[in-house]
Ligand binder design. Sequence first.
Ligand code: PLP
Ligand code: COI
Length: 358
Amino acid sequence: MQITYNLKSASERRSEAFEPKENVGFGELRTDHMFLMDFSDGQWHNPRVVPYAPFEVAPGAIALHYGQSVFEGAKAFRHNDEEIYTFRLDKNAERLNRSADILCMEGVPEVMQLAGIEALIDVDRLWFPLQEDACLYIRPFIFATEDRLSVSPSEQYTFCVILSPSGPYYNDGFSKAIRLLISKRFHRAVSGGTGASKASGNYAASLKAGKVAAEYGAAQVLYLDASNQQIEEVGAMNHFHILKDGTVIIPTFTDTILKSITSESILDLGELLGCEVRQETVWLDKFIQDIESGGIIEAGGFGTAAVVAPVGSYIFEDRRVLTVGDGAVGKHTKRIYQVLTDIQKGHISGPKNWLRKV
Ligand code: PLP
Ligand code: COI
């Protein structure tokens, strides 16, 4: 793939003068450039790195009306050797195409995704926040650009990648356990729908639930299946809980749960973590009983942006509160967070090929 470059001059580049703030938030900053590539006449063409700027989209573009749009979220880390390493980016590339397939969209060959992302990081490598828990957050996305109002798959798309030097997704980072609202009113996905994809519309549909969760003092809704019997996941992360003996349980992936790369990594790391990690169907009634009886001692969420987000309590629509353990961040959750982030930052070595030097 021959990538063309239209780069900002040294004086136009903000990265030259980038003084990382003490605490960079999640997703607020942008780097100087973005990667773009277009699909038409049955093929991807014109891969290019250009200045980060608004682009033109036809008002009738299918993405704007019928939501043919999918995205990914990955991270790159700077190691002690000053080099930048992406974490499991091949898995994100694969999943972007799975999401595209679910929405009847054109996928981007994985090698092209990786080449485009690496070219972009290479150009903007100075944009690396220096704070302890920082990363370069990578946001690839594909959206339908054909200007047509009939409801059928677009024949034109744009693949774009932007970068965001980021800190933790939740403001308190890992230090404070969050609360989740267990709601029987909102559902994220139904079988046969788009739940296993990172379709933009899934996130639009979670906004009202998020607003209601905030009214309950909760960070997010913990979604149940359509019959309100099983625990599925949170709007931007998978859910997990930890039994008294340290076993980590993640709900079994179904077509209503996004197959989280963080969860898959934790499943793969079982041995390094020193505990069993497994997936099973999580029944809400049993989950509540086990928390009340002390059989479940910790819980939380796994996701790229959220990393490992400890959950200290759940609140129900009748405002009843269910506290997990003592409500604070537990020792098993701390260990999982430590091992995962140590691998990402290159402090300890993890499985082969998880990190790719840019
Ligand atoms: N579930 C949903 C709905 C998400 O949006 C995310 C975030 O990407 C996750 C789970 C976690 O997936 P991953 O660990 O691959 O980021
Ligand atoms: C990620 O974890 O990368 C995600 O895509 C979640 C996002 C909605 C913040």
